[in-house]
Ligand binder design. Structure first.
Ligand SMILES: [Fe+2]
Ligand SMILES: [Fe+2]
Length: 330
């Protein structure tokens, strides 16, 4: 259909159809190539007929931070990592709702233009829809071996509506952060943890492989959006990004509270009030660490955001993050 429109349009300059690709087109073409090479199927490649082994951890120690709760028995620490591992899958399922929607919106700019960029963003969207399906499947599989009562509090559609009401600049900043963090988590914590479930580890290996391409596109699109904005609009967008981080923090706090109650109710013993408070705070710290701190501390994210914002704006962002980083790090 597009080809017909191109040949039938008397006003369309010939160069628009045959022009040499610009730098971004080349990068989008490489993304498509990698996406085709890496593409996996949920059942054939990832799950492969397996079920979860509940004698193993899910969330690795480097993210669950269970070592900070030394009064937990081995069994309790493992259950806590399974609760956190289930929430980790659900967090991605939730986040991927807004990311897929935003990617479709970004692709609008290319409908009648760069068809390579258009295809790359369509593949990106398709992969995020598949990831949501994978995470839904995981939640069902994890529920089969865990006590009833687990609740994932945030509603994916409500979160998506709230995030998408923010400026595109801020949404792309948050998205780059999330997509980069999937690689960082796998390399630094998930892969090296020998005691974690092989199936759980595989899920986040395959997930990360497709996320690598997404992070490249986030960066290209973030820079493209940045170039469109005035200095005042950029400054307002920095405030939006700070607002989104605060929203993520509120979301993880709510889920940490829900997960703490689920954990405490299913341990079959009474914790002292002090220990229960440590469990609640420990989960909140672990979630701040996993979903915020590890992302903003990634050198690649710091490099990209550093190239877009002014020193004063960076200072504002740093001030907003400081209490979160301090709390999560101790
Ligand atoms: Fe994803
Ligand atoms: Fe992604």
């Amino acid at each position: 259909m597009y080809a017909a429109a191109e040949t039938m349009s008397p006003t369309r300059p010939h160069t628009e159809v045959t022009r040499m690709p610009h730098t971004d087109t080349t990068r989008y073409a490489r993304v498509i190539e990698a996406s085709k090479r890496i593409r996996w199927d949920i059942d054939r490649d990832v799950i492969r007929g397996r079920t979860f082994d509940f004698s193993r951890k899910f969330m690795p120690d480097g993210l669950s931070l269970v070592a900070r709760l030394p009064f937990l028995t081995t069994h309790e620490a493992r259950f806590m990592s399974q609760v956190q591992g289930r929430t980790y899958a659900n967090m991605f399922r939730m986040i991927e709702r807004y990311i897929a929607s935003k990617t479709v919106e970004l692709s609008n700019d290319y409908h009648f233009g760069d068809q390579v960029a258009f295809e790359a963003l369509v593949r990106f969207t398709d992969e995020e829809l598949k990831h949501q399906e994978l995470m839904r499947r995981l939640d069902v599989m994890m529920a089969a071996g865990m006590p009833t009562g687990y609740v994932f509090k945030p509603d994916a559609n409500e979160v998506a509506r709230a995030v998408l009401s923010s400026s595109t600049w801020a949404v792309l900043g948050l998205t780059l952060n999330i997509e980069i963090v999937t690689q960082a988590h796998y390399r630094s914590s998930i892969e090296p943890d020998a005691g974690a479930s092989d199936l759980w580890k595989d899920v986040f290996l395959f997930h990360w492989k497709e996320e690598s391409q997404h992070a490249i596109m986030d960066e290209l699109e973030w820079k493209r959006e940045h170039a469109k904005l005035s200095a005042a609009a950029r400054d307002a967008a920095v405030n939006d990004l700070i607002g989104l981080v605060a929203a993520v923090d509120g979301t993880v706090k709510t889920q940490a509270e829900a997960d703490a109650e689920y954990f405490l109710q299913n341990m079959g013993r009474t914790f002292t009030p002090e220990q229960a408070a440590q469990v609640r705070d420990g989960l909140y710290k672990a979630y701040r660490w996993t979903y915020i701190v590890t992302g903003v501390q990634e050198p690649r994210f710091a490099e990209v955001i550093g190239s877009l914002v002014t020193p004063a704006q960076m200072e504002r962002i740093g001030k907003a993050l400081e209490p979160i980083i301090t709390h999560a790090s101790k």
